[in-house]
Design a protein around this ligand. Structure first.
Ligand SMILES: [Zn+2]
Length: 225
């Protein structure tokens, strides 16, 4: 869709009441009966359950997520990313906060995984940043969008597992003007919408650790197997 065509659609959408991505009901961005799906893993202990393909990918200290990538959660993330339904970022970020409050072992700054700047500019926003901001508000933690994607990468979705790591390696760096001194001794929590292998999160952790962060953990709304 061209940029010109996308803008009126976006404005029109936001002038109307939100429609729940679970059941289509008008009202809050996610209705009260569908909302519990977001907390599917809230009562589970932290860590990676048996049956998932990988342990926490190095160098991450922890990798957490709120719910499986399917059904209402998948539709909510899709609408936030592609349909301009930015009101979904609030409930998605709050779910991230609930899960992190329950199992997060530490962390003092939330850092969203950036999309490529061209893509964010076209879309008008970066969905992971909106989620991280909402989570930060709920957790009382600062949200610092200090990473940038320095080269465009192929959508991870299209690649097999081993190619994914190569695709994103070296693709992220600190934004210009970010002082290393601000990262020294900080424990960063990366925030993204979906995780699959964790290759993107690992690639994001590298420049943060190189700049002096003491640790990098990560949480996403959903995990795709
Ligand atoms: Zn609903």
């Amino acid at each position: 869709m061209s940029q010109v065509a996308a803008i009126p659609g976006r404005l029109l959408d936001l002038a109307l009441p939100a429609r729940c991505p679970g059941c289509g009901q008008e009202g809050p961005p996610i209705c009260a009966s569908c909302a519990p799906t977001l907390d599917a893993r809230l009562e589970l202990p932290g860590g990676v359950p048996i049956g998932l393909p990988s342990d926490v990918p190095a160098p991450l200290l922890q990798l957490e997520w709120c719910a499986p990538f399917g059904g209402m959660v998948r539709r909510a993330l899709h609408e936030l990313k592609y349909s301009g339904e930015t009101r979904l970022a609030g409930p998605l970020g709050e779910a991230v906060a609930r899960r992190w409050r329950r199992v997060g072992a530490g962390g003092d700054v939330l850092v969203p995984v950036p999309v490529h700047a061209d893509r964010a500019r076209r879309r008008g926003y970066d969905q992971a940043e909106l989620i991280a901001r909402a989570a930060g508000r709920a957790l009382g933690l600062p949200c610092a969008p200090i990473l940038e994607r320095t080269r465009a990468t192929i959508a991870q979705f299209d690649l097999d597992r081993s190619t994914r790591a190569t695709n994103v390696r070296g693709a992220f760096s600190l934004r210009e003007g970010v002082q290393r001194v601000h990262l020294a001794g900080r424990w960063i929590v990366l925030v993204d919408d979906v995780v699959t292998t964790g290759a993107t999160l690992s690639a994001c952790a590298e420049p943060l650790l190189a700049a002096g962060a003491i640790g990098v953990s990560a949480i996403t709304v959903a995990r795709e197997r």
